[in-house]
Design a binder for this molecule. Structure first.
Ligand code: ATP
Length: 350
């Protein structure tokens, strides 16, 4: 286990600044998720920690030691990367057991550990195959098994579940969570899947254009997004974000008239999550009103989208809600619903 510290770390590719000067401390035993859209610098940050990418400026500390110049193999890190990096001439069992072999475990100990790990990632029946005889998802699980077969100082995982089908992804997520609970190894995990981030992380670093725009617990990221980018990135369906103005204690926008306890201002964005809105029974009135635009049954609920001019609002209604498209409907915030206000120009929370 180890603390990882980035101090003013920067990465340039030629003249392109992929990761501007950034500092971040990943606590010992923490499960830190780097979350953000494609190209935001997650992988670059991770590869710098792994030692696979040279750091242009700044210091990288692992367990109190400056490791900028230490080769990857000496950092005691186990990694899962997007391109798997499996050895094509080795069987699944040999691939998984390779880190143990390098560290001098005898055959018997290796076989037992490999069998146990392979079971965890549901590969028990494929141990004799070679990577070329596996599907993408199976290869990804071999890479995952090879990383978790031993207990390193640090786990680095870059989208380790991206090629699995939805069901297996959920199973593996639970495995990873359990593994972290069991071993308590410091883990840095890269994903663009907000659900993965929310369920696995002890803290989430939301990244945008190379910068961390919020670093907090999943709970805080969800309930107190620091800016419009985080607000729109977390939650499914995402938070409703409505452009309007506040005047005399009321937020107004097309179809919206909602009391708020905030000072007058123009150019403001109101945020409210779909799960915090209730449908008003037929013909009733509410602070949000619009024509029914779409109904999407998800199984346990129905996503109800209303439109009025430029305003689009989505609410989560009961599974049995039904009405013709075009019907006028109204919504009301649930008791205790959280209203978020953002400055439209800066995107920051107000
Ligand atoms: P993804 O989710 O798509 O993998 P990411 O958030 O991991 O994206 P990075 O791979 O870290 O993003 O890339 C960050 C930025 O750096 C991108 O704009 C990318 O084009 C650029 N970049 C990455 N590697 C190189 C390279 N070797 N040379 C030049 N630019 C690069």
């Amino acid at each position: 286990m180890a603390e990882v510290k980035l101090v003013d770390v920067e990465k340039r590719y030629g003249s392109f600044l992929a990761v501007p000067k950034q500092s971040l401390t990943i606590e010992e035993g923490e499960f830190l998720v780097l979350l953000g859209p494609s190209g935001c610098g997650k992988t670059t940050t991770m590869r710098m920690i792994a030692g696979l990418e040279e750091i242009t400026a700044g210091d990288l500390m692992i367990g109190g030691e400056r490791v900028n110049d230490k080769p990857p193999k000496d950092r005691d890190i186990a990694m899962v990367f997007q391109n798997y990096g499996l050895y094509p001439h080795m069987t699944v069992a040999e691939n998984i057991g390779y880190p143990l072999k390098l560290r001098g475990f005898n055959r018997q100990a290796r076989e037992a550990r490999v069998a146990e790990t392979a079971e965890k990632v549901e590969l028990g029946k494929l141990l004799k195959r070679r990577p070329s005889e596996l599907s993408g998802g199976q290869r990804q699980r071999v890479a995952l098994a090879r990383a978790i077969v031993r207990t390193p100082k640090l786990f680095l995982m870059d989208e380790p579940l991206s090629n699995l089908d939805a069901k297996l992804r959920v199973t593996m997520r639970a495995e990873l969570k359990h593994l972290h609970h069991e071993l308590g190894v410091t883990t840095v995990y890269v994903t663009h899947d907000q659900m993965e981030a929310m369920t696995l992380a002890s803290r989430v670093a939301v990244m945008r254009k190379g910068r961390i725009v919020q670093l907090d617990t999943p709970k805080m990221i969800y309930s107190e997004p620091a800016n419009l980018f985080v607000a729109s990135f977390i939650g499914s369906p995402p938070m409703n974000l409505i452009d309007g103005v506040i005047s005399q204690g009321t937020f107004t926008a097309p179809g919206v008239n909602l009391p708020v306890s905030a000072a007058d201002r123009g150019n403001v964005v109101l945020g409210i999550r779909p799960e915090e809105l209730d449908l008003v029974p037929a013909d009733g009135e509410g602070p949000f009103s619009g024509l029914l635009y779409a109904l999407e049954l998800t199984g346990e609920s129905t996503l109800v989208t209303l439109r009025e001019g430029t305003t689009v609002v989505c609410a989560r209604g009961g599974a049995d809600f039904d009405a013709p498209i075009g019907t006028r409907c109204a919504l009301v915030p649930k008791a205790g619903a959280r209203l978020h206000l953002f400055d439209k120009d800066s995107g920051e929370r107000v």
